[in-house]
Every structure is written in C-alpha cells, then in structure tokens.
Design a protein around this ligand. Structure first.
Ligand code: LLP
Length: 411
C-alpha cells in the first residue's frame, strides 16, 4: 500500500509538484474524500436536510461549496461562520446557528439573516431572541434549546461538552420553564431540543443515554402547546486516527432511530470531524535532524501554529514520508520550528530514514487543522489546495507578509 493512500489519495508526484510550485507547509484536501465523507452521512440519515455540517471543522469556501452541492445543511457558531456559509452558497434556510455562547448581536445577526433555526444555550440568548424575533423575515423564529445532559462521553477533557459542569446549555431541570417562556413569547416557535456531548467519540451509548433523557423532557413539554419536533444530537463521532476503523455514522443513526420508534420527532446531526478529517493532509518539509533527550528528532517547516492538535490535545496523527518507507524503532519526534518546546507534531515515529529536505505528509488533517492555525511568531498561515485525480488548485493562497499587518497603523 502506498503510504499516502490512506487519506488524501495523492501521488508522490503530485505532492512533489505542489511543494515545488506552492511551497510548504500546505494543506491539501482531496475532493473525492470530502464527497465520500459526507456521502456516508447522507446514506445513513437518508435526508441531507437532517444533517448540519459543523463548519468549525473546516471553513474553507471551496470545501463548504462541495458540501453544499451534496444538499446538506450547515451548523455555524458565529457571525463569521455564518458569513462564510452564505459566501459558499448555502441558502439561509439550511443554516443552523448553533448552541455555543452567543452575544446579543450574534443572535440578532442570525435572526436578520433568516437562518433555519437558532439554538439558544443561555437565558441571555433566550431574551435576545425574544427581543429581536420581529426582525425574522420568515414568520415565527424557529429556535432550539441546548440541554447539558450531565453525561461523560469519554472524550479528551478539553473536548467534553455535555458534562454537568460544562459551560454550555441549560441543566435539564430548567428546560420546562425556559421552553414555556419561549412558547408564550410573540413570534418565536420553540421546536428543537439540542445537545452536544463532546468530540472524538467512538461509542453510541452516551448518545443513547442523552436521547433517553431528552425523551423524558419531550414528555414534560407536551402540555406546553409547543411540542418538541426535533432532537439535534450534535456532532462528536470521531475517527480512528491510529488506524482505519472509523465508527460508522449508520451505527449511530440506527441506534438513535430505534430509541425514537413511534415518537413523532425528527433527528438532526451536526457532524464535523467525521466528514472532513480524512480528506486533508498537511504537507511539510524537513528542515533539520537533531537529537533531543538522546532521541532523533526532525524539525519541520510546519509547526503548531499551522497544526495545533498535538500541542493542544496530544493528538497523534499519522505522519508519513512522501517518498520512502517507515523504518526502525518508533522513537523519532516530529517538531515544528517555532520558539516553544511544546511545538510538537508527533512523537514516537519510525521516521529514521528521513533526511533534511524530504517531504512529510501529516494525515487526517482536514478537520480542526487550518481553522485553528494562528499567526504566532508572525508566521503567514499556509495555503489550502483542493486536489483530485486530474490535478490540484490553490483555493486559498499562502498569506503574504503584508497580510500579517493588514489594518495596523503606526500612530
Ligand atoms: N456541534 C456543536 C455544537 C459543536 O460544538 C461541535 C464541535 C460539533 C457539532 C462538531 O463536532 P465533531 O463532529 O467535529 O466532533 N478543536 C477540537 C474539536 C472541537 C470541537 C468543538 N465542537 C479538535 O481539534 O479535536
């Protein structure tokens, strides 16, 4: 098997040509893999309108436009993501403004844009929605409430979002009172209960537990005159970064559909990582070899400013040489060039044969890759490319040095 075939199906020739013409580091997204990623979800769910791709995983306009063409919707967390979704061609009705903390002006931006639904997760947001609902262009404003179900889903501690001590959403016992408040307000239509347990999950039981809890809330809300029409179960399904046994969307969808049998409620899913992670790679060139703590280390031109997942969560992504094989003991560290010792891309690798000047591909970087890149150390952010069997295209150029200080003034 070609080292590179696992993620982006990119040939060594293509990657060498990209490095020569565009330079490194560079993000490359495989069109076929993006399409396959969303297709798995559409096949599992049936109706693309029940899927809201979580834009935070990858907001490149070309990637979003590919997803838009598949017919799915999109979940946006901020006015910035909302504007990107519109720029990529998503019709307003297919946009959900999601359940992360929002300022009054963010809630208002969603209302004025006419999005399909807004998920509210604090009293402040509920009042903002009621205050501005009359600006909604399509009748009563469809809203959801995010519930904090109090469930540990088994994610990395930074990525757990449904626990009782999480900062998101309402505790279940507050839902009836808040739902009533919305149901009795003018021009607002509460319709959805939402949750999001965490990210990088591989088991279905935490979702099943959360759905059971939601069903008990649904019962208690039946008498409010605004019955719950939809459960939005968030995103969270992970991928197998260490291998190729990704949890299947169909497994989740079937398990939850079984729980809802006979209950007239629709399901909505907000997958991010499981759609696009496999489709992206970060191409980087090795600058130096050195010893660190008695072990060989490779210092690359990509660092944690370009790809933060190892530095932030200790995430180990496969890193493969574009040419050559993995050899020797798994002890080689892959480091970035910036001024911090925590600038690590990978540890314990079999990259002994790699020499300065060689190209490496950090795989499965299509989700939470470029979107979390920063300009720390005044490093221009890398370009993003789309590739398919016929060739490749730069869909966002490398930032220039002038981009680094755009808008700054010397007073
Ligand atoms: N819906 C909501 C409300 C969310 O907060 C998220 C992710 C998703 C959907 C999509 O979750 P996914 O299917 O991608 O797991 N930067 C981290 C991931 C943070 C995810 C935050 N919320 C990482 O690199 O792993």
């Amino acid at each position: 098997m070609n080292n590179l075939s696992h993620a982006a199906r990119l040939s060594p020739d293509m990657l060498n040509a990209i490095a020569d013409e565009v330079g490194t580091p560079a993000y490359i997204y495989d069109v076929l893999a993006v399409e396959a990623g969303i297709r798995r979800w559409i096949d599992a769910v049936g109706d693309p309108a029940r899927i809201s791709f979580a834009a935070k995983a990858n907001t490149n306009l070309a990637v979003l436009a590919l997803l838009e063409r598949s017919g799915v919707g999109i979940e946006v967390a901020t006015p910035g993501e909302l504007a990107r979704a519109r720029a990529a061609g998503f019709p307003e009705g297919r946009i959900v403004l999601g359940g992360v903390p929002k300022s009054e002006s963010a809630v208002r931006a969603g209302i004025e844009a006419g999005v399909g639904m807004i998920v509210l997760q604090s009293g402040h947001e509920v009042e903002a929605a009621i205050r501005h609902a009359s600006s909604y262009p399509h009748g009563p404003l469809p809203v959801g409430l995010r519930v904090r179900p109090g469930i540990r889903a088994g994610a990395h501690p930074s990525l757990e979002t449904g626990r009782a001590d999480a900062k998101f959403g309402f505790a279940p016992d507050r839902i009836p009172e808040v739902w009533e408040r919305l149901a009795s307000a003018d021009r607002v239509r509460p319709r959805t209960l939402a949750f999001h347990l965490g990210s990088g999950l591989d088991a279905v039981d935490p979702y099943e537990q959360a759905v059971e809890l939601m069903l008990s809330l649904v019962k208690s809300l039946a008498a409010t005159g605004a019955p719950v029409a939809e459960l939005d179960v968030g995103g969270g399904l992970g991928i197998d970064y260490a291998g190729d046994r990704d949890p299947e969307p169909a497994m989740l969808v079937e398990a939850l559909a079984a729980r809802l049998e006979g209950v007239p409620i629709e399901l909505r899913f907000e997958p991010g990582r499981s759609v696009v992670a496999r489709a992206g790679g970060l191409l980087t060139r090795v600058l130096y070899r050195r010893e660190r703590n008695g072990r060989p280390a490779l210092v690359c031109d990509a660092g944690y400013t370009d790809f933060a997942r190892n530095a932030l969560y200790g995430a180990e992504h496969a890193i493969v040489p574009v040419e050559g094989e993995l050899t020797g003991e798994p002890i080689v560290e892959v480091l970035g060039p910036t001024c911090e010792s925590g600038d690590v891309l990978g540890t314990n690798r079999r990259l002994h044969a790699v020499r300065p000047g060689d190209l490496l591909l950090l795989r499965d970087a299509g989700a939470y890759g470029f979107v979390m890149a920063s300009n720390y150390n005044s490093r221009p952010r890398p370009p993003e490319l789309l590739a398919n069997r016929d060739g490749w295209k730069v869909v966002r150029p490398r930032e220039s040095l002038e981009d680094l200080w755009r808008g700054e003034v010397i007073s």
